[in-house]
Design a protein. Structure first.
Length: 385
């Protein structure tokens, strides 16, 4: 099996600008082969690997200053022995050279499930059981690191793709949204009081929210300053219900929520994203002809809100990865909603948890601090938005 290997030990790595770069495996593999070379004194040892998600394979090698059998070396480098997919086990390769008395061990590194990444150890003697165990342990640790690097590279690739989508949206969404908002405003002015006028106003308000969201997305900077003001969670929630009313009506889902107001000092744009994500998930996972129950309450220290659906609930994997970026069970979901919600709430010094309700379905609870709400109300006056 003839495979060309890149012997260049340098590699360039690209990453999304706001995130840590993908670790470079070159230096790690080089240190690993040097360490094994000192520990076991092999004739030579090398690691064949991919950096991140790259298709090209690289090679890091360590050799003793001694003569090597050129026939065996050519055979090993050409990978004629690689006739099947390697697995993460230590294998002793049978050499087609009866006169040669050396031993070649190979450990498969399956970081990308291709089966052609490995660690080769060419020894002048047979390894003892203890030495084999030590080499297996070191190779397994390297494999775990390679798996982690591949996962990071995959996330960075998805982040870069999302950044490209955002940049395209900057040019493709702003003008149509402005036009929709203008038409909705004109419709609302020309319609009599009633459901049609209310729908036109909902379209106008939704367009305004989308325009604000897009502006904040496109003009984002590393600075993450909150714009706190007192808002009524009940009013904010009612706005979202109006937006989701067609979807709720289609699935015949009822929403029960308290009639009492709850005032908190929050960044409205950000907290509305949190509530929109939680309510959207609840509707999506709720069966037809069911109900969603929302509760909120507050004391002098904190405000809390729960949103419960009557769906199938959260699996063990869901519970483990709820707030992991890019993990999603929703069809067409990006897996970013809950991760963003958690980040927003932590910026507010709040928290979010998700779990299964004892009577079925999933329930999410968010908490927000109320300290400072009274002071902010005092500054802006006796009113809330």
């Amino acid at each position: 099996m003839n495979v060309s290997l890149s012997l260049d030990s340098t590699a360039s790595v690209s990453a999304a600008s706001m995130f840590a770069p993908v670790p470079d495996l070159t230096q790690i593999c080089r240190r690993q082969v040097e360490q094994v070379g000192i520990q076991f004194s092999p004739l030579t040892t090398w690691i064949v690997y991919r950096n991140g998600l790259g298709e090209e394979r690289h090679l890091s090698r360590y050799s003793q200053k001694r003569a090597l059998n050129p026939s065996v070396l050519t055979y090993l480098e050409s990978e004629q022995w690689l006739t099947e997919t390697l697995t993460p086990t230590l294998q002793l390769i049978s050499l087609p050279f009866p006169e040669d008395s050396t031993f070649v061990y190979v450990y498969g590194l399956t970081s990308q499930s291709v089966g052609d990444e490995y660690w080769l150890l060419w020894m002048p003697r047979c390894l003892s059981e203890a030495e084999q165990a030590a080499f297996r342990q070191q190779a397994a640790l390297l494999e775990d690191y390679m798996v982690a690097v591949s996962a990071i590279a995959r996330q960075q690739q998805e982040i870069q793709y999302l950044e490209q989508l955002v940049q395209r949206g900057k040019h493709q969404l702003r003008d149509p949204l402005a036009l929709i908002g203008l038409y909705a405003e004109n419709l609302s002015l020309g319609l009599p009081e009633g459901s049609c006028r209310d729908q036109a106003l909902t379209i106008r308000d939704t367009v305004n929210d989308l325009t604000l969201s897009l502006r904040k997305l496109f003009d984002c900077t590393p600075e993450r300053r909150l714009h706190l003001a007192p808002y009524d969670l009940r009013k904010m929630f009612q706005e979202l219900i109006r937006v989701f009313q067609p979807w709720l009506g289609e699935k015949n889902i009822a929403i029960a929520y308290p009639q009492k107001s709850l005032i908190v000092a929050v960044d409205r744009w950000q907290i509305k994203q949190v509530l929109e994500n939680l309510l959207s998930n609840a509707i999506d996972f709720s069966p037809r002809d069911s109900a969603i129950e929302v509760q909120w309450q507050g004391n002098g220290q904190n405000a809390s809100m729960t949103i419960r659906d009557r769906g199938s609930g959260l699996s063990p994997e869901d519970l483990d990865k709820l707030f992991t970026p890019f993990y999603s069970r929703r069809s067409g979901g990006t897996g970013l909603g809950l991760a963003i919600a958690k980040d927003i709430l932590e910026q507010h010094q709040g928290n979010i948890i998700g779990k299964n309700h004892p009577d079925g379905g999933a329930i999410f609870e968010i908490t927000l601090p109320r300290q400072g709400t009274e002071e902010i109300i005092g500054i802006v006056g006796e009113f809330y938005l």
